[in-house]
Design a protein around this ligand. Structure first.
Ligand code: RIB
Length: 312
């Protein structure tokens, strides 16, 4: 099995559980506070690592306490972060997260050192990117660095999986690099320029394929996901679970999907594995504390398959 390289953000998440989100100018009382490691890059890297992938994570942190704690935590988890950048005198990334009683969240990120993960630094890591079999990217580091990572990977035929989160528009030159484009509805609309409500989900996916992505996975939350490429097309329903906190569920999905595809599994198996991993994540608080292990996902799938036949 080849290596998965994840290039992306690392944050410290400050998570408060609230009954409902406050309005502008309003103060509400939180029910519970939790500090945990997060960041879309780090969440996806840790998910891929815990779910059985051989992972290298390249991120950027400040030389502050949050950065130190994050590094120690990743080292303890056995995640390879040796090629990460430490920027002196810059705060590490943080995310302030509110989670309401429905398990929905509101997130404000302050990128700090994540913005220092420059294209020049990516170029310095060229050989590591070239030697990986899959590159996994998100949009919480500079766009130019995402483009540079794609350029290097595509020259070396390293598979590129891009999760366009947080949502932003992409140049067609960038979409053409992408082997696996993973988007939720909002992200799909921004990248495609089409509205789901006007043209439907399938047409939005078709537009993303027409723009040059080789395959597209559209995640639909509790409704599951759709995958389409030139030769394959799947609609996978979501596992029914009681939601506690959806933070990190999309990241867990991406990390798990990367592992399945990188192991050479077929699309259907990889998508079911990813759906199961993200379903477990939704039942727990926080992003990284909620990421299941490979064994937990296997157990979940066995238990689910013995009690239900709703996956076709
Ligand atoms: O996707 C969830 C993540 O978004 C959180 O961990 C937070 O850090 C933000 O990056």
């Amino acid at each position: 099995m080849g290596k998965i390289i994840v290039i992306g953000s690392s944050n410290t998440d400050l998570i408060t559980r609230v009954e409902r989100f406050p309005q502008a100018g309003e103060t509400v009382e939180g029910k519970h506070f939790m500090l945990a490691m997060g960041g879309k890059g780090a969440n996806q890297a840790l998910a891929a690592h815990k779910l059985g992938g051989k992972v290298k994570f390249i991120t950027s942190m400040g030389d502050d306490l949050n950065g130190e704690n994050a590094l120690k935590y990743y080292q303890k988890e056995g995640l390879d972060v040796k090629s990460s950048l430490i920027i002196k005198g810059t705060p590490s990334g943080t995310a302030t997260i509110l989670v309401d009683d429905n398990g929905e969240n509101c997130i404000v990120i302050t990128p700090g050192a994540n913005n220092g993960l420059s294209p020049e630094y990516v170029t310095e890591r060229k050989e590591e990117i070239r030697s990986a079999s899959l590159l996994l990217l998100q949009m919480e580091v500079p766009y130019e660095s995402v483009i540079e990572s794609c350029r290097i990977a595509s020259e070396a035929n390293t598979n590129i999986m891009l999760n366009v989160a947080p949502a932003r528009s992409l140049a067609q030159e960038v979409i053409r690099f992408v082997d696996i484009l993973v988007v939720n509805e909002t992200e799909a609309e921004i990248v495609s320029g089409e509205k789901v409500i006007e043209v439907g989900e399938q047409a939005v996916v078709d537009k993303l394929l027409a723009l040059g992505a080789k395959s597209v996975v559209l995640t639909l939350g509790s409704r599951g996901c759709i995958m389409k490429s030139e030769s394959e097309h799947y609609a996978i329903p979501a596992f029914k679970v009681k939601p506690v906190d959806s933070t990190g569920a999309g990241d867990t999905f991406c990390g798990a999907l990367a592992v399945g595809l990188n192991k050479g599994w077929g699309w259907k198996d990889a998508l079911v594995f990813a759906s199961a991993a993200s379903a477990i994540c939704v039942t727990r608080m926080g992003a990284q504390p909620s990421i299941p292990t490979e064994k937990e996902v296997e157990f979940f799938l066995k238990k689910y398959q013995s009690t239900s036949n709703s996956i076709h």
